[in-house]
Design a protein around this ligand. Structure first.
Ligand code: GUN
Length: 298
C-alpha cells in the first residue's frame, strides 16, 4: 500500500487564505488582531515556538507582542501581567507558553486568563464548552489535526480512533472532539496512556491513531493494522552529531509504518505548521467577538 504523507503546509495555506479576508474586514473597522504571548524562562523549544508565532502573525498583518519574564519570576508577577492584559482592550488573545517553570502553579495561571481572550482554549470554562459541544476556542493542536483530516478527506465518523497520550493540550481535547457528534467526529474513541496495560492490542485495532505521548518513535509498523491513518503529534529532540546537534523525530517510527499505513503526518512538516495557524484563527475569533461585544454595548 502506498502511504500518503499528510503535509500540514497546504492545509495551513488554505486556512490562512480564508483568514485574510476576515482580517481585512476587521482592519476596515480599525481593529488589528493582537496576541500577547507570555514566556517565563528560556526553554529553547518554547523560545522557538514563540518566535515562530511572532513571525506568522507579522506575515498575516496581525500584531503580537511577546513578554519575556525571568525564569525566577514570581507567581504574582505573572498574575499581575495577565490581569493587566485581560483589561487591555487592544489585546485580543493571551497565550501563556507551556511548560512553565516548576515553582509556578500552571493551573492558577491558566485560570486567570480571561475566557474571552483564552486563544489556547485551556481555561476550564472553554474546556467545559468544548466538552458540551459548543466550543468558543478549540485548542490549537487538536483543531489543526481536525483540519488535516478534513483537508485530506480522511473519514472519521464510525471509525475507531485511538489516542495515545492524555495531555490537557492534545489528548483530552482530542478525545472530546473526535467523540462529538459532528462532521469531523462521531468516532469510537479509545484513549491510551502510561497506565494502559497492552498498548499494541489497542493500536492494532485503530482505524485512526493520534500519537501524542511525547515518546520518540514509540508507534512502530508492527503495532498498527494495514490501512490505518496516523497523526503524529510528537516533536522530540534527539541529540546527534549534526551541525544543529539534534534531529526532530515524532512519536511514530515513520519508516516502519510506510507501506502499512494509508497515511501519516511527517515530522517536521505535519501537525507543526497547523498549530500556529489555528492560533491565528482563534485570535481572529477573539477580535471578532470583542468587536461584536463593543457594538452591542454601545
Ligand atoms: N506548549 C506546547 N504546545 C503548546 C500550546 O499549544 N500552547 C501553549 N500555550 N503552550 C504550548
Amino acid at each position: 500500500m502506498d502511504t500518503l504523507l499528510l503535509k500540514g503546509k497546504p492545509v495551513a495555506e488554505h486556512i490562512r487564505q480564508e483568514l485574510t479576508e476576515r482580517i481585512q474586514g476587521l482592519k476596515a473597522d480599525g481593529i488589528t488582531p493582537n496576541l500577547a504571548a507570555i514566556i517565563v524562562g528560556g526553554d529553547p523549544a518554547s523560545k522557538v515556538y514563540v518566535k515562530n508565532k511572532a513571525r506568522a502573525f507579522e506575515k498575516m498583518d496581525c500584531d503580537s507582542r511577546t513578554y519575556h519574564l525571568d525564569k525566577n519570576a514570581s507567581e504574582n508577577e505573572v498574575l499581575d501581567l495577565i490581569h493587566e492584559l485581560n483589561q487591555n482592550m487592544e489585546v485580543h488573545g493571551i497565550l501563556v507558553q507551556l511548560p512553565l517553570p516548576r515553582h509556578l502553579d500552571s493551573k492558577k495561571i491558566l485560570h486567570t486568563v480571561s475566557p474571552q481572550k483564552d486563544v489556547d482554549g485551556f481555561h476550564p470554562e472553554n474546556l467545559g464548552l468544548l466538552l458540551e459541544g459548543n466550543p468558543k476556542f478549540i485548542p490549537c493542536t487538536p483543531h489543526g489535526i481536525l483540519e488535516i483530516l478534513k483537508y485530506y478527506n480522511i473519514p472519521v465518523s464510525g471509525r475507531h480512533a485511538v489516542i495515545v497520550g492524555r495531555s490537557n493540550i492534545v489528548g483530552k481535547p482530542m478525545f472530546a472532539l473526535l467523540a462529538q457528534k459532528f462532521e469531523m467526529g462521531n468516532a469510537t474513541v479509545t484513549i491510551c496512556h502510561t497506565g494502559t496495560k497492552d498498548l499494541d492490542m489497542h493500536t492494532k485495532q485503530a482505524d485512526i491513531i493520534i500519537a501524542a505521548a511525547g515518546s520518540p518513535k514509540m508507534i512502530r509498523g508492527d503495532m498498527v493494522k494495514e490501512g490505518v491513518d496516523i497523526i503524529d503529534v510528537g516533536i522530540n529532540r534527539i541529540e546527534n552529531d549534526s551541525e544543529k546537534g539534534y534531529a526532530l523525530v515524532g512519536d511514530v517510527d515513520t519508516d516502519s509504518v510506510m507501506g502499512i499505513a494509508r497515511s501519516v503526518t511527517p515530522v517536521p512538516g505535519g501537525v507543526g505548521p497547523m498549530t500556529i495557524t489555528m492560533l491565528l484563527v482563534n485570535t481572529v475569533i477573539a477580535a471578532e467577538n470583542m468587536k461584536e461585544f463593543a457594538v452591542i454595548s454601545h
